[in-house]
Write a protein that binds this ligand. Structure first.
Ligand code: F6P
Length: 553
């Protein structure tokens, strides 16, 4: 692996940056009337405007040169060839096979995985159909009305985000619930809203060892047995999604009620697998296949389009430009669509768990920044909350504005206001407002010269804050699939440039291990001699508190 900072394009970009950092996007737009058209790309119902970035065509040429020198084309080919690119775990990262809608085989070590992918899809479809059409009956012979997904991280966020996003396609009888937090409040509140006779629990865990998920699953099963009074009823109310057959069996779920996926599917890339069962239950097989088809279309584009017209590559390299050259430490996801309100949280896991690393694939430490902090919320709400900092604060945080062209609703005026605000924000971030403009506006409002001089500095916006605008034809399964795949691949491109493995997550291990020991101490074991004084003190306070009578909510 070549050292990133020694690559010729890296050096050329630094020299280019010494000029580029002083450009203002206002001037770039004024100087080039073709800019909006040149920096525009469409694929799979997604329209990307990336003209409001601090770039020229020369910047892009150099960034794409860096992508080539860092081996992006070879790594794309390796991923689609099923190579074990997750090197620390010796696994392929083959989520692209899950949404392969072509007739082409996709193989790992010569074994075509498509037959087993198809077979699980068929089982999911057969099961979902039965639940959706009311054929699958609970222990009191009633159809299912509520689905409770129990899982966390990649076994929660993807299905949750998609089910929320595609609510317009949801089955009218099926209420979807997601329990991830081991804080009992979430499970209790959910169980208060459902009835045992008509509830289906989907226990999702790739490893089937995750403490939070298994604790919630055990509690849910106790709650259920208490009501059903018969262990044989579990079979029609609990199904599992996992890659660990033995652990599912040990939990007491019949393997016939298990939907399998494989070690080559990373948790945060798994919504396309059986982990997407809640999605299929909610929106049905046809819509689920459309979701896969949208992702597949983006996969084909990623694999085949030249780097200059390759959406994930462009977004990835624009991110590199800001993170590594401008020093931007964060990136905002701002969907202007209520149904996409969990998208920022989903992309947060996808990006930060994939690229939040400092060791390169060959085991050396990086000497440059890697993944940004991903944050965000629905754009319109954010305008009235944290956009102040983005407009006038001292941080530069590029923003992705995301919205659907189609309004989905017949309520007059709402969508137009939403879109006007989104376009206005992107414009304001780009143009800003100069001191002269601020003065002129205040004078036009009738303020006297003294008041104008006093207030004008507060009304200045530097602008020059970069953003991408992504418009979906409509928020349907196909476009959503393409959107999610776009971000997956963008993240892979960045991980490749930084030389890191985007598919492991060793950083989550240490806390989990310590929590196991601390739980024993909370429950009475002697404190470990290795425990620091602060942690010991916290455990002692908690133990003392626990000994007092507790009030149940
Ligand atoms: O702790 C992090 C993590 O391992 C994620 O990577 C994963 O998505 C999540 O926990 C859930 O893991 P599992 O599906 O094995 O329960």
């Amino acid at each position: 692996m070549n050292r990133l900072t020694a690559l010729p394009a890296w050096k050329a970009l630094w020299s280019h940056f010494t000029r580029a950092r002083d450009w203002h996007m206002r001037n770039l737009f004024d100087e080039d009337p073709g800019r909006a058209g040149d920096f525009w790309l469409e694929h799979a119902g997604l329209h990307l405007d990336y003209s409001k970035n601090r770039i020229t065509t020369q910047t892009l040429t150099l960034l794409l040169q860096l992508a080539r020198e860092a081996g992006v084309p070879q790594r794309i080919a390796a991923m689609f060839a099923g190579e074990r690119i997750n090197t620390t775990e010796q696994r392929a990262a083959f989520h692209v096979a899950l949404r392969n809608r072509s007739a082409q085989p996709m193989a790992i070590d010569g074994e075509d995985v498509m037959p087993k992918v198809q077979s699980v899809l068929h089982r999911m479809a057969a099961f979902s159909d039965k639940v959706r059409n009311g054929e699958w009956l609970g222990y009191s012979r009633q159809p299912i009305t509520d689905i409770v997904n129990i899982g966390i991280g990649g076994s929660d966020l993807g299905s949750l985000m998609v089910c929320q996003a595609l609510r317009a396609h949801a089955h009218p009888r099926l209420n979807m619930h997601f329990v991830s937090n081991v804080d009992s409040s979430q499970l209790k509140e959910t169980l208060r809203r459902v009835h045992a006779e008509t509830t289906l629990f989907v226990i999702e865990s790739k490893t089937f060892t995750t403490q939070e998920t298994l604790t919630n699953a055990h509690t849910a099963r106790e709650w259920f047995l208490h009501r059903a009074g018969d262990a044989s009823a579990v079979a029609s109310h609990f199904v599992a999604v996992s890659s660990n057959l033995q652990a599912v069996r040990d939990f007491g779920i019949d393997p016939r009620n298990m939907f399998e996926f494989w070690d080559w599917v990373g948790g945060r890339f798994s919504l396309w697998s059986a982990i997407g069962l809640p999605i299929m239950l909610s929106i049905g097989e046809r819509n689920f296949l459309d979701l896969l088809a949208g992702a597949h279309s983006m996969d084909q584009h990623f694999r085949e389009a030249p780097l200059e017209r390759n959406m994930p590559v462009l977004l990835g390299m624009l991110g590199i430009w800001y993170i590594n050259f401008f020093g931007a430490g964060s990136h905002v996801i701002a969907p202007y669509d209520q149904f996409l309100h969990r998208l920022p949280a989903f992309i947060q896991q996808l990006d930060m768990e994939s690229n939040g690393k400092r060791t390169t694939r060959d085991g050396t430490l990086v000497d440059y920044e890697t993944a940004p902090i991903i944050w965000g919320d629905t754009g319109i709400n954010s305008q009235h909350a944290f956009f102040q900092l983005l407009h006038q604060g001292t941080h530069i945080s590029p923003i992705d504005f995301i919205a659907s062209l189609d309004s989905r609703s017949s309520l007059p005026g709402h969508h137009e206001i939403l879109m006007a605000n989104m376009f206005a924000q992107a414009e304001a971030f780009m143009r800003g407002r100069t001191l002269d403009e601020a003065r002129a506006e205040l004078l036009a409002q009738g303020l006297d010269a003294q008041a104008v001089a006093r207030l004008a500095p507060f009304k200045v916006f530097d602008g020059n804050r970069p953003s991408n605008t992504l418009l979906l034809d409509r928020l349907d399964p196909f476009c959503l699939g393409a959107l999610v795949a776009l971000y997956e691949h963008k993240i892979f491109v960045q991980g490749t440039v930084w030389g890191i493995n985007s598919f492991d997550q060793w950083g989550v291990e240490l806390g989990k291990k310590l929590a196991h020991g601390i739980l024993l101490e909370i429950e009475g074991a002697a404190p470990s001699a290795e425990r620091d004084a602060s942690t010991r003190q916290l455990i002692t306070l908690y133990r003392q508190h626990r000994e007092q009578p507790q009030k149940d909510d």
